[in-house]
Design a protein around this ligand. Structure first.
Ligand SMILES: CC(C)=CCC/C(C)=C/CC/C(C)=C/CC/C(C)=C/[C@@H]1[C@@H](COP(=O)(O)OP(=O)(O)O)[C@]1(C)CC/C=C(\C)CC/C=C(\C)CCC=C(C)C
Ligand SMILES: [Mn+2]
Length: 398
C-alpha cells in the first residue's frame, strides 16, 4: 500500500509501506444514559455539562448521531455520485471495471481476514452485498489508524492527515485513489453512509498527534467518539436495521455509538502500560487525582490498592457503555446481529481479563484466550436469534 503513503506523506517525509500491500438535553434516552453514568459518587459522576458551561462532548456527539439517524430514515442514496462500473469497458488486460470493483472488494476481504479473523468469519453470515461493504469500511478504518500507529507513524504530520482527508472527500465524490478507496467509494454510493464520522475519525488521529493527556472524562469521551464511536455510525447504515424494529433510529445509533466508546475505553484500560511507555496517558487526569494517583504512579507501574480501586471504577464505566450497546443489537438486521454480538462479548471479556490479572495492566496484556473465544461464538449466535422486541416502544418515524 505504498500508494497511500506516496500520497499522504510528502516527498520529504519519504516512507515505504502501510498495511502490507500495500444526550442529551431534551432527549429522554440520553438523559437516562447520563443519569446512569452519574449514579455512582466519586469519579463516575458525569460532570461534563457542569465543568463546561458551553456544550459537553456528549451533546456535540449526539448532534452527529441525530444527523446520521435522519439520513438513514430518509434512506438517502446519493445516486448522482455513484461510480459508473459499467460492464462493457475493458482495460488492456481484459478486465472490466466491474471485475476491478469485485477484485477491490475481495482485497478488502483479504485484509479483514488477516487483521480481524473472528470479525471476518462473522461477516460471512451477512448478505454478500453488506459483507463486502463492511469490509471496505473496515479497511479504511484500519488504514487510517495505521497512519498514526503503524510502522511509518513517525512520518505522519497534520498535513499528511489533511491529505488523507482530501482523499476521503474525493472518494465520497466518486474519485477514488486506489482499489481500496474504490471499494469504499462504491459502498458510500450504495448505502446511506455520511462522510462526517469518517472525517471525525481523521480528527481523532489529529488529536493523537498533538495530545497525550485528557483532563477529564468529557475530553476522553470526545476522543473515544472520534476514533471508535464513529465506527458504529459508519457501520449501521450498511448492517441495516431490522424491518421489524419498533425502536427509533436514534436509539439504534446511540447503541452503536456506545459500542464504539465501550471498545475504546476497554482498549485504553488494557493498554495503560504500553501507552505509558509511549508517553501517553489516556486516563482522565481529574479522576486520577481524585483517586490520589498521578502520571508518575502510572510510569512507575506498581499495582497498589489505590490503583485497584481506581481501575474498578474505570471498568465499571466501560461496562455501562457495553450495557447501553446491548440494548440496540436486537434491532439490527438479523444477519448483522451475530458479528456484532460476537465482537461485543469478546471485547467485554477483556475487562474480565484485566480483573483476572489483578488489575496489572502495566506489565500484563489482558487477552481473551482461544477457548473463551470459541465458547463466545455460539453464545453470540444464540443471542443473535433474538430479534426486536414485540413490545411497543416510543415510535419515531423511520
Ligand atoms: C446497534 C449496535 C450495537 C450496532 C453495532 C455497531 C458497530 C458495528 C459498532 C462497531 C464498534 C467497533 C468495533 C468499534 C471499533 C473500536 C476500536 C477498537 C477502535 C480502534 C481505534 C484506535 O485504537 P488504538 O489505536 O488505541 O488501539 P489499537 O492498538 O490500534 O487497536 C481503532 C483501531 C480504529 C480503527 C477501527 C477498526 C480498524 C475497526 C473497524 C471495524 C469495522 C468497520 C467493523 C465493525 C463491525 C463489527 C461487526 C464489529
Ligand atoms: Mn491503533
Amino acid at each position: 500500500m505504498s500508494g497511500v503513503l506516496l500520497w499522504v506523506v510528502s516527498p520529504k517525509e519519504n516512507a515505504t509501506s502501510l498495511l502490507g500491500l500495500m444526550p442529551r438535553i431534551g432527549n429522554p434516552k440520553r438523559s437516562k444514559f447520563c443519569s446512569r453514568l452519574s449514579f455512582s459518587p466519586g469519579i463516575l459522576a458525569y460532570s461534563g455539562a457542569v465543568a463546561h458551561p458551553s456544550r459537553s462532548s456528549e451533546e456535540r456527539v449526539y448532534e452527529v448521531v441525530l444527523k446520521q439517524a435522519a439520513l438513514v430514515r430518509e434512506q438517502r442514496r446519493p445516486k448522482e455520485k455513484a461510480l459508473d462500473f459499467g460492464e462493457g469497458v475493458e482495460s488492456s488486460d481484459g478486465m472490466t471495471n466491474w471485475d476491478l470493483l469485485n477484485e477491490a472488494y475481495d482485497r478488502c476481504g483479504e485484509v479483514c481476514a488477516e487483521y480481524a479473523k473472528t470479525f471476518y468469519l462473522g461477516t460471512l453470515l451477512m448478505t454478500p452485498e453488506r459483507r463486502r461493504a463492511v469490509w471496505a469500511i473496515y479497511v479504511w478504518c484500519r488504514r487510517t489508524d495505521e497512519l498514526v500507529d503503524g510502522p511509518n507513524a513517525s512520518y505522519i504530520t497534520p498535513k499528511a492527515l489533511d491529505r488523507w482527508e482530501k482523499r476521503l472527500t474525493d472518494l465520497f465524490d466518486g474519485r477514488p485513489y486506489d482499489m481500496y478507496d474504490a471499494a469504499l467509494s462504491d459502498t458510500v454510493a450504495k448505502y446511506p453512509v455520511d462522510i462526517q464520522p469518517f472525517k471525525d475519525m481523521v480528527e481523532g488521529m489529529r488529536l493523537d498527534l498533538r495530545k497525550s493527556r485528557y483532563q477529564n472524562f468529557d475530553e476522553l469521551y470526545l476522543y473515544c467518539y472520534y476514533v471508535a464511536g464513529t465506527v458504529g455510525l459508519m457501520s449501521v447504515p450498511v448492517m441495516g436495521i431490522s424491518p421489524e424494529s419498533k425502536a427509533s433510529t436514534e436509539t439504534v445509533y446511540n447503541a452503536a455509538l456506545a459500542l464504539g466508546i465501550a471498545n475504546q475505553l476497554t482498549n485504553i484500560l488494557r493498554d495503560v502500560g504500553e501507552d505509558a511507555r509511549r508517553g501517553r496517558v489516556y486516563l482522565p487526569q481529574d479522576e486520577l487525582a481524585q483517586a490520589g494517583l498521578s502520571d508518575d504512579d502510572i510510569f512507575r507501574g506498581k499495582v497498589t490498592d489505590k490503583w485497584q480501586s481506581f481501575m474498578k471504577d474505570q471498568i465499571k464505566r466501560a461496562r455501562m457503555f457495553f450495557d447501553e450497546a446491548e440494548k440496540g443489537v436486537a434491532e439490527l438486521n438479523s444477519a448483522s446481529r451475530w458479528p456484532v454480538w460476537a465482537s461485543l462479548l469478546l471485547y467485554r471479556q477483556i475487562l474480565d481479563a484485566i480483573e483476572a490479572n489483578g488489575y496489572d495492566n502495566f506489565t500484563k496484556r489482558a487477552y481473551v484466550g482461544k477457548a473463551k473465544k470459541l465458547v463466545s461464538l455460539p453464545i453470540a449466535y444464540g443471542r443473535a436469534i433474538i430479534g426486536p422486541s414485540k413490545l411497543t416502544k416510543p415510535l419515531v418515524a423511520r
